[in-house]
Write a protein that binds this ligand. Sequence first.
Ligand code: NAP
Length: 282
Amino acid sequence: MRIALIGANGQLGTDLQTCLKGEIVPLGHQQIELTDDASVTAALDAARPDVVINTAAYNLVDKAEDDPDAAYATNVLGPRRLAQYCGSRNLVLVHFSTDYVFGLDASRSTPYQETDLPGPLGVYGASKLAGEYFVQANCPKHYVVRTCGLYGVAARRGAGKGNFIETMLRLGRERPELRVVNDQICTPTSTADLAAATAELVSSDAYGLYHATNRGQMSWYDLAVEALRLRGITIPVIPIPSSEFRSRAQRPTFSVLDSKNLETVLGHSMPDWHDAVARYLS
Ligand SMILES: NC(=O)c1ccc[n+]([C@@H]2O[C@H](COP(=O)([O-])OP(=O)(O)OC[C@H]3O[C@@H](n4cnc5c(N)ncnc54)[C@H](OP(=O)(O)O)[C@@H]3O)[C@@H](O)[C@H]2O)c1
């Protein structure tokens, strides 16, 4: 099986390179530009894949509010191109999406299932949702995998947009105290674990839409406290409401994803979030 891996140098792409079984053709941003038809066709023609995995995205959630065209070019028209390419050649397409397709239901307090109606709060979530629809509509053999708050070792060498844990550790060394939001509940997930689950899912032939996160739920405050504790950084961490942390984009107050469908296909659940953070920092 030949696999064209798009976004190969990002957090998830880097970990997928060590998990996938088959002949991988890594396609970094230098090798493929999702916003350009000719680039996508040329890169995929040269790769001659059986499976295309797209981990590339415009991930700058706040910036997307002011530059929706850039977010849509990569997150909507990019996957549309890939889905048309794969669909017309009967190839398999694996595409990643986000918990930020939810959030409009402010009263939600139970994990979201794949059958729940999405309702994004911002441009990034809306663009990722539209990307999902194009993949589903144009490529019958698809896996659309929604995940949350990714952290992977590639961020330590500056890949992609970095990650929350690395930011907290840096600020924890620089500042006398940290103030972190504790009213956004979700399940940030290790790309090592997501990559392992994806490698299994791809060999299942059980195409469709999946939620895939580590087990459990937490606030960003909880994650910051755990990461600092594991690194032995002992500064005060103050829980604050989102209203005190000014950001351009509104985030969901609750966006925990129910991964039961994935568990049924894999025959096991993904590791608990405490375990995932500990392995990431070990
Ligand atoms: N990161 C999160 O917290 C998070 C949460 C939920 C879902 N997700 C989804 O999970 C997937 C993987 O995320 P990640 O954290 O691994 O991403 P990442 O580390 O930011 O990596 C994304 C990669 O895509 C490349 N890329 C960006 N725009 C591109 C374009 N137009 N054409 C080709 N390549 C492009 C980037 O290259 P450059 O750096 O050179 O631009 C980067 O190497 C994405 O679909 C994302 O939406 C992420």
